[in-house]
Design a protein around this ligand. Structure first.
Ligand SMILES: Cc1cc2nc3c(=O)[nH]c(=O)nc-3n(C[C@H](O)[C@H](O)[C@H](O)COP(=O)(O)O)c2cc1C
Length: 346
């Protein structure tokens, strides 16, 4: 139904309008008691063979919602009902911010990809905390944290620590995001020394809490092998719990969409099918180089169970989806889980 009815309808709208429309429609649907049970019956698939224990957390299944879809924690209960094993909120910043001017989200249907330069539009970390307090589902929630655009990189650590403190009682794991291409100079924090300092500060603050939470680092797919070697070294040295690979790419070279159309869109990160191979290569590189010393969450271009299996075979312990859900619909989650069960029972 998604591909034949809803998707053509959504794709008539501007991408960001479609995103807001989806949120409204989802809220509306889940407010109808009958719809709730229909959704549950259609989308959920639980099986002990899908369960995973990773960085000390027990996941019902290894398929998560990637950061950026539900930045402000508005749809946690609804997304849990769609069958996700975990949901990552954010990227959240200390203060609310509007993000970049519209338009800032674009579809590339021929490449089954998206370009976005949202720029961490979010209602601020405290706003999300209020929503998290009210959530009903016990699904695992990750808090993806960043810095405000107006905060200079010299003070970035403070922003991450503010978010860590505010979210700490309400999320199950944290993601330090230094890999968005849409906040000026953010990715400079991926350089060896600033990154080490940032992770050490986050880790120290986390370790001082009554119940420390797993800390992960989310990286860009555009890092060189040398930079990936540094990432392995830093993860091991700072003793954080794992890596999310990858964020969107600034590389346009694999797109088949008309170059003039791509140029007209302008700056932003590319996600979706075109990212799949590079993110899998990054996962494989990190896993091999580190000798599987830390867990990796694989994300980038997962549109099917086969795509998810590729990420797991490359060394990921869990996977996340964003663009695949836009192109394939929410039924993708159950499809991936079914495919994984078939794969596990070969
Ligand atoms: C519109 C949009 C907004 C995103 N916002 C964030 C974000 O705020 N923080 C983040 O870490 N990743 C963000 N991402 C990146 C995704 O979490 C994911 O890493 C990337 O899209 C690759 O996965 P995909 O190919 O399944 O979409 C965003 C992606 C999209 C398409």
């Amino acid at each position: 139904m998604y591909k034949s009815i809803l998707k053509p309808l959504f794709f008539l709208k501007k991408p960001e309008d479609a995103h807001h429309f989806t949120f409204d429609l989802t809220k509306l649907t889940f407010n109808l008691p009958i719809a709730k049970s229909i959704v549950k019956a259609s989308f959920q698939l639980d099986d002990p063979r899908l369960e995973r224990e990773v960085f000390g957390l027990k996941f019902k299944n290894p398929v998560g919602l990637a950061a950026g879809f539900d930045k402000d924690a508005k749809l946690i209960d609804e997304m849990a009902m769609l069958g996700f094993g975990f949901i990552e909120i954010g990227t959240l910043t200390p203060k609310p911010q509007d993000g970049n001017p519209l338009p800032r989200l674009f579809r590339l249907p021929q490449d089954e990809s998206l370009v976005n330069r949202m720029g961490f539009n979010n209602g601020g970390v405290l706003n999300a905390v209020e929503r998290l307090k009210k959530r009903k589902s016990d699904v695992i929630v990750g808090g993806n944290i960043g810095k405000n655009k107006v905060t200079p990189n010299e003070n970035a650590v403070d922003d991450y620590l503010i978010c860590l403190d505010a979210l700490h009682p309400y999320v199950d794991y944290f993601v330090v995001n230094v890999s968005s291409p849409n906040t000026p100079n953010l990715r400079d924090l991926q350089e060896k020394e600033p990154l080490k300092q940032l992770l050490q500060a986050v880790k120290t603050s986390n370790d001082q809490k009554e119940k420390p939470k797993p800390i992960l680092l989310k990286i860009a797919p555009d890092l060189t092998d040398g930079q990936l070697d540094d990432i392995v070294e830093i993860v091991l040295e700072t003793k954080i719990d794992g890596v999310i690979a990858t964020n969107t790419t600034i590389d346009r070279s694999n797109l088949t969409t008309e170059a003039s159309q791509v140029e007209a869109i302008g700056a932003g990160g590319v996600s979706g099918k075109v990212l799949a191979k590079r993110s899998t290569d990054v996962i494989r590189y990190l896993s091999t180089k580190s000798n599987k010393a830390f867990p990796i969450i694989g994300v980038g271009g997962i549109f099917s169970a086969e795509d998810a299996i590729e990420k797991l075979e490359a060394g990921a312990s869990l996977v996340q989806v964003y663009s695949g859900m836009i192109y394939e619909g929410p039924g993708l989650i159950k499809k991936i889980k079914k495919g994984l069960l078939a794969y596990f029972s070969r």
